[in-house]
Design a protein around this ligand. Sequence first.
Ligand code: CP
Length: 336
Amino acid sequence: MLRRFLDLADLSDDRLEAVLARARRLERSRTSPALAGKVVGLVFMNPSLRTLASMQAGVAQLGGSTFTISPGAGSWKLETRPGAVMDGDAAEHIREAIPVLGQYADALAVRCFARGVDLEEDLADGVIRAMAELSPVPFVNLESAAAHPCQALGDWKTLDDLEVPRRGGRFVLSWVWHPRGLPFAVPASTVAMAARRGMHVTVLRPDGYALPEPVMTRARALAAASGGEVVETADREAALAGAHVVYAKSWAAPSRYGQTGESELRAGLRHWRVEESWFAPAAPGAKFMHCLPVRRNVKVTDEVLDGPRSVVVRQAGNRLHAQKALLLEMLTEEGA
Ligand code: CP
């Protein structure tokens, strides 16, 4: 039985296909008693709309229940650093909190974003890995410093639903402007997902915003194994030629990660906002994807977001079906 889901790579190809198939069945038939009597503990160190609501709703639809802990907002603020001298805000350490919560639940699912100070540290994803090690029960990553695997799983299903070709499908992950430098969890998981799906993946980004080399190296290795390809460019016209999907996301400049100078690098890049004109060289009916939340008319125009290309609401819906299928894989014999 799968005990940890920290990254999409934790699902073998066979298991991934089985989870996607189960997600499709659960979309057609939403309720079941499969998790009756089971409790899933949700720990949200950071805000959420979709992940929180879809986990709570999904477990309830499967006959189980959840409790939700928001450290620092109604429960003790949690320290995550090993060896910390805890004379600051945090009254409790994950070393106690996770094993304690694990006694009350059949699975734990945790959101814990990047600290945004040290790129190498965040890409190593040590905090979520430490929590998974501490958990006595199956453990799900609901977005960590370096990965958002539930998003990637839901997005894979969305691409399948839309019949975007796996082999030969052209997927563009485009950097877009945002008021601050964001971490790499979503872009890293997205580029890996599309590469593993066998697609031709283009990372479109301005100079200075290449994804960190470990993220690209991994994506290229996944593409090599699946028959896909991963390239990067700052040339929008070339990137969008024949594209089936444009997936918008913002991320920090790796060379300025955690530094105040990062905002200066971004200052002249506000025109990196998805507009309808971007799609002129794309394939007919090309889709627009975003994990949400999205800043309207900053990252993408109303015209695109409200138009027929946008599948962002469908993506969010697939979070529910995909996570339910994942939980059955992790918590039931049928799923094993
Ligand atoms: N996409 C996503 O994870 O949304 P939330 O941050 O609202 O959970």
